[in-house]
Write a protein that binds this ligand. Structure first.
Ligand code: PA5
Length: 454
């Protein structure tokens, strides 16, 4: 089979099966099938935001080449890239970069003569300490900025952008700064687009029909990922292959429909929290991305599975007790990497003081996978329905598959739940209050009310 059409992800829900019966699965599979049709026929809620479905096939080739050129230019003239964005405008890129690169990527690239960039993220909090520390770190370095905001008005990235733009202008002058600022934003609307056009920044597009949390395979994710030296062609190929699989009608052969169906059955049985568990520290931000994808897509109308994520075996020594023995409202999805990108063999010692000689000659991957299996069985015994998603390796291709798998499953799952998985009305509430309390013009009345309540 052509590599381009091959998928390596395996979804296994056998350890959830004891928690439901066959009839329930048949009924959920029908609902998943209807949800899949709504999604791909664009007849469901929020269907004007489903541009991500065909993205791996129909992406803008001209822009894709421009992304590669911009990444090469950033690498040639900068030691540091600051990626400014929040939520869907940064989590995918961060997840990808941490998954695909060296665990100490930034440290390694800090060394004189290193051929890669240091990549730091800003504008995803309002911490003065973080911003100040990052400013100090970049002061005597050559740097560029990729500011990412669909609306162009989100406070956190707007503040960070103002600060780093001023630094760039101070250092390189207006024209020099313009050469180092890349704006990823709406095609024609918004404050960022206006500023970019006025100042002559290179711009990349967040398509109208793709919301933040589904945007990792647009320029939002692709420019930082390419700047980190990762192969974005291969990322898109993996997503393309997974798209073929997800579009398939047959429940038996569609892992995204299966995942959506099983988690909805479990939700209806009181399993209100889903934990996404990994055994690979460089997947921490995949967990963060996944949390946003599912949390923002499903948590509305007072419904939705609460998405949580743990890094194992680390968190087995903190959250493990609760998962094993706490309140039984949990389900768990293990995301496993089949082939680690490193081999670490354990040796034998003459005196077996630490009692580890029984592992001599074994690779750490073996130890890690036994820990995963042991944990999965323990959690199942403890009353936690478990699902398992096996990803072949930590390559761009596998990651493209994984991103698309979760996006499609999330769309299907949201429709099964009866919500619009593509809007986020709840995110506005804190913004309104924050603007009022900051004294933004136009919010005077709300400001008065809120101040009384504080
Ligand atoms: O998924 C989403 O839509 C949100 O998380 C947004 O990405 C986030 O709020 C940032 O918005 P913007 O890109 O408009 O700055």
């Amino acid at each position: 089979m052509n590599k381009k059409f091959m998928t390596d992800i395996v979804f296994d829900y056998r350890k959830a099966e004891p928690f439901f019966n066959k009839d329930e699965l048949v009924s959920a599979s029908r609902m998943a099938s209807d949800a899949r049709s709504e999604l791909i026929n664009k007849t469901g809620k929020g269907s004007d935001c489903t541009g991500w479905i065909d993205l791996p096939k129909d992406y803008d080739r001209e822009e894709f080449e421009r992304i590669k050129k911009a990444a090469a230019k950033i690498k040639s003239n900068s030691e540091v890239l600051i990626v400014i964005g929040i939520g869907g405008s940064y989590l995918g890129a961060r997840a990808a970069i941490e998954f695909l690169t060296d665990s100490f990527y930034n440290l390694r690239n800090a060394a004189p003569g290193a051929d890669g960039l240091q990549i730091f993220f800003a504008g995803n909090s309002l911490s003065p300490k973080y911003l100040n520390d990052l400013v100090k770190l970049t002061e005597d370095k050559d740097f560029s900025v990729n500011v990412i905001s669909k609306s162009g008005t989100t406070t956190e990235p707007a503040i960070a952008f103002r600060i780093f733009r001023e630094l760039l202008i101070k250092k390189y002058g207006e024209a020099g700064a313009a050469e180092r600022i890349y704006a990823t934003t709406d095609k024609q609307r918004g404050a960022l687009k206006k500023l970019a056009d006025e100042k002559g920044y290179e711009t990349f597009v967040i398509p109208d029909d793709i919301g933040g949390r589904y945007s990792v395979l647009t320029a939002v994710g692709l420019l930082p990922i390419a700047a980190a030296g990762c192969d974005i062609d291969s990322l898109m190929e993996g997503a393309f292959a997974m798209r073929e699989l997800c579009l398939g009608k047959d429940f038996e052969h569609n892992p995204a429909m299966q995942y959506a169906a099983v988690r909805n059955i479990l939700y209806n049985k009181g399993k209100k929290i889903e934990i996404c568990s990994n055994f690979e520290p460089s997947m921490h931000y995949i967990g963060e991305w996944w949390k946003q994808l599912f949390g923002e897509s499903e948590g509305k109308e007072h419904k939705g599975i609460f998405p949580a994520a743990v890094d194992l075996s680390t968190d087995l020594h903190s959250m493990g007790q609760y998962i094993q023995d706490g309140e039984r409202m949990l389900m768990e999805t293990f995301v496993e990497i089949e082939m680690s990108s490193a081999e670490v063999l354990l040796s034998s010692e003459a005196e077996d003081t630490d009692g580890l000689n029984y592992l001599a000659g074994k690779d750490m991957t073996f130890v890690n996978s036994r820990a995963l299996n042991g944990t999965l069985l323990a959690h199942e015994e403890g009353g936690v329905p478990c699902m398992r998603l096996t990803v072949k390796d930590q390559s761009e291709y596998s990651l493209g598959e994984l991103f698309y798998f979760f996006e499609f499953a999330c769309g299907v799952s949201g429709y099964m739940l009866g919500v619009n998985p593509f809007d986020q009305p709840g995110v506005e509430s804190y913004k309104k209050n924050m603007f009022a309390l900051l004294g933004k013009p136009g919010y005077e009345e709300l400001s008065e009310n809120l101040t009384k309540r504080l």
